[in-house]
Design a protein around this ligand. Structure first.
Ligand code: ZN
Ligand code: ZN
Length: 368
């Protein structure tokens, strides 16, 4: 029997390399050879224990790879064939329950959190449930999206944050051509949101960051569709937006992480009748400067956004292939089995050094 390899998070800050038997594939399931797995805030929150899990698991949920084996029924259900490069949706869908039929498959009655990619029990065979591994077991309810040949697997992992950018900055707020859009947070999700807003025809896009850690990211923003990049540690974003765009924002998207003041800024930046999308989590109930009365005075609409869906992921893959934004050239660090843990520690801010804009695990890489 062939052997696969994976990094198992047994408890916070304990990532352990283990061997797994490759599962026998039946009519309904399949096996993916992992080529690349993008990293995001969830990855370091799992590592540090901010996001907990009841069992040991292989993290990694922004997975791209090649379908190595699959059953006949699976091929038909997933619409892919052996040897094809695919991106893997984090959530699974039975395709049959009321929620799945209504298009809300993230609330699928037989899946949801229990079967999410990068979350399942590593001790329940076949155990290969996440992207920090040589192989990912493809359960029957998996959802796969074909990755066009011209896209390399590392860039293709951006299907996840760019899909988020499209859903959060365009679909949820219903961004219209000519809109003034303000994006709080210049990480990979913020840059993706900027590109998505520009693609939707936004008339003006501002992106904000905070201090030295964001300098490089703000400098990149114009190439990703931003007309104005503002460091809020030195400049007032309200004044900067008024001076440059001559208007307040029709749409504000908050993708900051652990930035308690961002909510107050979003409310200030929005025009009367404007829309705010909150996608970043604060990790605390503190909201300095936030005055809820302004939501009333301005008649703001505020949406919370958590996930993405297959429709947005497919649009993201198309936008990546178009080459209209330099996603391939994003400053990134690609880690292999040995160098992944230090990279996650850097992303978590527990190790000196500026985190890369884009962190990726690639089991076949050895360049870092
Ligand atoms: Zn993620
Ligand atoms: Zn379902």
């Amino acid at each position: 029997m062939s052997i696969a390899s994976g990094l198992v998070l047994t408890e916070p800050r304990s990532l352990e390399r283990r061997s797994f038997d490759l599962p026998e594939v039946d009519a309904d399931d399949g096996l993916l050879r992992v080529e690349a797995c993008g990293l995001c805030g969830t990855d370091h929150e799992q590592y540090t224990g901010h996001i907990t899990n009841r069992h040991a698991f292989i993290p990694g949920h922004e997975v791209v790879g090649v379908v190595e084996e699959l059953g006949d029924a699976a091929a038909e259900r997933w619409g892919v064939s052996a040897g094809q490069r695919v991106a893997v949706e984090v959530f699974l869908s039975c395709r049959n329950c009321d929620q799945c039929r209504a298009g809300l498959y993230r609330r699928c009655e037989r899946n949801g959190l229990a079967t999410m990619v990068g979350f399942t029990d590593a001790d329940t065979p076949p155990g290969l449930g996440g992207g920090y591994a040589s192989h990912l077991y493809l359960r029957p309810d998996s959802m796969l999206m074909a990755v066009p040949d011209e896209l390399d697997p590392v860039t293709a992992t951006l299907f996840n944050p760019l899909g988020a950018g499209i859903r959060w900055a365009v679909e949820i707020p219903d961004t219209q051509p000519g809109d003034v859009v303000a994006i709080l947070g210049p990480g990979v999700r913020g840059l993706c949101a900027a590109a998505a807003a520009k693609e939707a025809g936004a008339g003006f896009v501002m992106i904000t960051g905070l201090g030295e850690r964001d300098t490089e990211r703000l400098a990149l923003a114009p190439a990703f569709g931003a007309d104005l990049a503002v460091d809020v540690s030195t400049d007032d974003p309200n004044r900067a937006l008024r001076d440059a765009a001559g208007a307040k924002a029709d749409v504000v998207i908050d993708v900051t992480a652990k930035a308690p003041a961002a909510l107050a800024q979003a409310v200030q930046l929005a025009r009367p009748g404007g829309t705010i999308v909150l996608a970043g989590t604060r990790g605390s109930p503190e909201t300095p400067g936030f005055d809820p009365d302004h939501i009333v005075y301005k008649e703001l609409r505020i949406f919370g956004a958590l996930g993405v869906d297959v429709t947005a992921y497919r649009k993201a893959l198309d936008l990546l292939v178009s080459g209209r934004y330099p996603f391939t050239d994003l400053p990134r660090q690609v880690a292999d089995f040995d160098s992944l843990e230090p990279l996650i520690q850097t992303l978590a801010g527990e190790r000196p050094g500026t985190p890369p804009v884009h962190g990726v695990f690639a089991p076949g890489s050895a360049d870092s």
